[in-house]
Design a protein around this ligand. Structure first.
Ligand code: ADP
Ligand code: MG
Length: 692
């Protein structure tokens, strides 16, 4: 519970001073400027008074109870102050002071020490190296932060790993006259975590939308859990930066090399319903939309304009952002035809033309809001000097107040009509400078509409021989190696994953017997840890029709790969079937990432793959398959029959179960699975597993 942090009844400031350039002074001034509702206790052993407040020599000398302490003194003194705070019964200590983990080993040791001291007394540390917190709730009005942007009440809450990014977001909202609810920039995250803060915002009734800035996800599993709980209630918008700075892991599988460094973040966000943004601007524009407007029920947008060109831009942007143009109902068309001027265009976009006054423009929007074919409304509005623009704005504002569908607006105007913008914004309708921004905002809101309407996923659990699977894996644990093919296929069979009939041999004398078991036509492949792509190296001979051709192929391969000391595998030759790839990448402390895509030898050139975090629900298994670009190929083109999609989904789920059960799986490529016609199943013909 973070109540004593975000809703403290009293605040002490260790390091408060009369020097206006000190952090302690600034924090105190911020608390005063924003009328903090509880007592403020400056702590300074050298001055009896700070800003005409009585100062205390130490926290323990403060007469009343202290919920929160802000600390901005030298790093090496922090432990002593914390001991004192602990004895006093302080609940949270915001440590602004830097010089901890971020400066290296010594700092890290000091950081661990201060957390230990705090926990000894049941106290929590926020920071160190942190900016602080704010809560604009008029009941508390706490600005325990050393920055400068004035705070006013609103419903957007911000949590930022970087104080600078947090400040940028806060500043923009302030500049457009919008308040915030809560704010925090948590610094080194030694104790109070970003996940706890998101959870707290999630439970705060007044917070309507949460903006998060992340550099590194310290606890991805915790984030997944918290975000999954919050997003059905309210949107979480996230900006994850430092996309290219994360160290690349050395990988040897297709799955590994196809994973961008940021794929895991995307998979975590997708599973937990977090909306990802790639710029501060896009995120904040969307937040403004969410803050005032209802969430659309579907993706059909109508665009209304009184000037041509920008509406075309709005259409382009809306389409590329995944929205669809709504078709107006006959009833709406009829109403509009009686309402607008004869030059107007009644389709989508609706062009009411520049001469439209409040009756025409406002009336049009009103009729469109009533149309069941429409989920959201994008307005383009230029203040034409020859019409009653304020009248239009007043009408739009009124509609914004009562509408159950979101309305966003591009307004083109100058200062003399600033009333126009105010009237529209007063109705909760966000006003942007560009139609593109309005379109992207609606798209994000529509995306969230889908998240909030998600049904609880269905998880199937297939019977498996987990015990046997564990015993296979155990043999290789800790070696970081790809394992022999017979164990690979055994492992797959533990989870009921269909594979082509396969026999592994180590010498020529076993060849004849193996061929008898497999039959003809057959396939011969080399099997050695050192050979990654067998066919590239000449280690795959397909469609061998007789004992003689098998023997020739064997002799050739045995000679070629002599130095690799290889084993060989014989397989039934499977005719037809489309090739798909499924992959697994292990994640430390988290379920693995699953991959699905079109397979075979072109995987890395086509890169047509999807990633999801395990465990896969039935819905996400089908979604992965349907989301690749090559899905139509699987569904069958030009009269071809579809492949067995149900079987592929089942294999994906079974593999996700295998990956979730066996944390030792570092990387796994199944490439290809041959997928046959609907009803005829699919089989694995090649798989590689690396155990770590
Ligand atoms: P690698 O990926 O190491 O080159 P594979 O075992 O995947 O080796 O074989 C390469 C290609 O040969 C496959 O993509 C597939 O087209 C074909 N192939 C492999 N095994 C069989 C089989 N049992 N039946 C039919 N085709 C196969
Ligand atoms: Mg292969």
């Amino acid at each position: 519970m973070l109540d004593a942090l975000f809703r403290p009844r009293s605040v002490a400031i260790v390091g408060a001073s009369n020097n206006p350039l000190s952090i302690g002074h600034i924090v105190m001034q911020n608390l005063l400027d924003h009328d903090f509702k509880g007592p403020i206790y400056p702590v300074n052993p050298k001055s009896p008074y700070i800003k005409s407040f009585k100062a205390y020599a130490s926290v323990s000398e403060i007469p009343g109870e202290v919920d929160l302490v802000n600390i901005s003194i030298k790093n090496t003194i922090v432990p002593y102050v914390l001991e004192d705070c602990g004895k006093k019964g302080v609940k949270f200590a915001i440590v602004h002071t830097a010089g901890f983990k971020e400066v290296g080993e010594e700092g890290l040791a000091l950081e661990k020490q201060i957390v230990e001291i705090a926990h000894k007394y049941g106290m929590r540390i926020y920071g160190p190296n942190s900016q602080g917190i704010q809560n604009s709730d008029p009941e508390v009005s706490v600005y325990a932060n050393f920055t400068f942007v004035p705070m006013s009440p609103g419903n957007i809450s911000i949590v930022a790993q970087s104080g600078g990014v947090g400040e940028t977001l806060k500043l923009h909202l302030y500049n457009i006259g919008k308040g915030i609810r809560m704010y925090s920039s948590f610094g080194n995250e030694a104790d109070v975590s970003m996940n706890e803060i998101i959870d707290y915002y999630g439970q705060d009734e007044e917070t309507k939308v949460i903006m998060v800035h992340i550099e590194t996800l310290k606890d991805p599993a915790g984030f997944l859990e918290v975000a999954s709980r919050v997003t059905p209630k309210k949107p979480i918008l996230a900006l994850k930066t430092g996309r290219t700075s994360e160290g690349a892991v050395a990988v040897a599988s297709h799955t590994g090399s196809l994973m961008e460094q940021d794929t895991l973040t995307d998979a975590i966000f997708e599973k937990s319903g977090v909306l990802r943004f790639h710029s501060q601007e896009d995120m904040i524009d969307a937040a403004i939309g969410f803050s005032n407007q209802p969430v659309p029920k579907g993706d059909k947008v109508v665009i209304v304009t009184n000037t041509g060109g920008p509406a075309i831009i709005a259409v382009d942007e809306a389409m590329s952002a995944g929205l669809k143009l709504a078709k107006l109902s006959p009833k709406t068309k009829k109403i509009l035809s009686e309402l607008v001027f004869k030059e107007a265009i009644i389709s989508n976009p609706v062009d009411v033309v520049a001469t439209a006054g409040p009756e025409q423009y406002g009336g049009t929007v009103e009729a469109l809001l009533d149309d069941p074919n429409i989920d959201s409304v994008l307005l383009v509005f230029v203040t034409a000097p020859f019409v009653d623009c304020e009248g239009i704005a007043r009408k739009l504002g009124e509609l914004g107040k009562t509408s159950k569908k979101p309305i966003v607006c591009q307004v083109m105007t100058i200062e003399k009509w600033e009333n126009v913008i105010r009237l529209i914004r007063d109705g909760g309708v966000p006003v942007y400078d560009f139609a593109e921004t309005a379109a992207r905002t609606l798209s994000a809101m529509t995306e969230y509409g889908k998240v909030s309407a998600r049904k609880a996923p269905t998880y199937k659990k297939y019977k498996s021989d987990k015990k046997k699977a564990k015993s296979i894996v155990k043999k290789y644990k800790g070696k970081g190696k790809f394992i022999p093919q017979d164990d690979v296929f055994d492992l797959l069979s533990c989870y009921g994953i269909p594979a082509v009939k396969t026999v592994r041999i180590t010498k020529e004398s076993e060849l004849k017997n193996a061929a008898k078991r497999i039959g003809f036509p057959c396939v011969l492949k080399v099997d050695a840890e050192t050979i990654v792509h067998k066919s590239d190296a000449g280690g795959v001979a397909l469609n061998l029709k007789s004992e003689a051709s098998l023997l020739t192929a064997f002799k050739k391969m045995a000679k070629k790969f002599q130095k690799d000391k290889p084993a060989f595998i014989l397989q039934e030759y499977m005719k037809g079937g489309k090739e798909v790839i499924v992959g697994i990448m292990g994640n430390e402390g988290l379920a693995p990432t699953m991959m699905f895509g079109l397979g075979g030898v072109f995987v890395e050139t086509m890169k047509d793959v999807m990633f999801r975090l395990a465990p896969l629900s039935s819905e996400s298994a089908y979604d992965m398959i349907e989301s690749i670009k090559g899905y139509p190929v699987l569904k069958g083109v030009r009269g071809e029959k579809s492949v067995d999609i149900d079987k592929l989904a089942e294999i994906l789920i079974r593999l996700s179960q295998l990956g979730s059960d066996l944390a030792e799986i570092g990387e796994m490529d199944i490439n290809p699975i041959l997928a046959f016609e609907k009803g005829k199943g699919a089989v694995v013909v090649d798989a590689r597993i690396k155990i770590v």
